[in-house]
Design a protein around this ligand. Structure first.
Ligand code: ZN
Length: 180
């Protein structure tokens, strides 16, 4: 197994109190994600941040309030998880980290075959990125404590879909860490 740790949309505009697309539960997953990242760094596992980076008039803003506009403070990863030298950042404009990005190319270059998906929201960007990853032939692992959604219902629905339909390995953070 050649894994990469993927952190999706842990940005100021999603996580901070009062943020335009605040996912309050996202603040509860900061510590678990940090634990995973710390473990990953020790094992030289690539750390990939996938971040929303929208044009000022992005069509997504017809659905959601404006958020994560390219080069704004809101589009930056939260201070608690700041990317370090050597980490990879992939900017996306949709729910799907693979859609019109170089993510697939980059993973193939590094011969990565397994993605550990963390971040927000379980039922939106995690689910859509996990779906593309599966269709492209990657193994997907999702630590329950490393993802969050706006509501528990949305969170549970997405985990069930990832597990039952996409055949992702949905497991506890500790179990996933122990496999690395
Ligand atoms: Zn967005």
């Amino acid at each position: 197994m050649k894994p990469a740790i993927v952190i999706i949309d842990m940005l100021n505009d999603f996580i901070l109190e009062g943020a335009p697309l605040e996912c309050a539960k996202g603040r509860e997953i900061i510590e678990p994600i940090n634990k995973l990242i710390e473990h990953g760094r020790k094992k030289n596992i690539p750390i990939i941040f996938i971040t929303d980076s929208h044009d000022p008039n992005d069509r997504e803003f017809k659905i959601w309030p404006p958020h994560a506009v390219e080069n704004s403070k809101g589009s930056e990863v939260i201070d608690e998880l700041k990317p370090q030298k050597g980490d990879i950042i992939v900017k996306k404009k949709t729910y799907d980290g693979f859609f019109r990005t170089n993510l697939d190319e980059l993973l193939k270059e590094k011969k990565i075959d397994t993605l550990i998906l963390t971040g927000v929201c379980t039922d939106i960007c995690i689910l859509h990125t996990g779906s593309s990853a599966t269709l492209l032939g990657y193994n997907v692992k999702v630590p329950r404590e490393g993802v969050a959604a706006l509501t528990d219902e949305d969170h549970e629905f997405a985990l069930k879909h990832l597990e039952n339909v996409l055949k992702a390995d949905v497991d506890s953070l500790d179990n996933i860490i122990n496999q690395l």
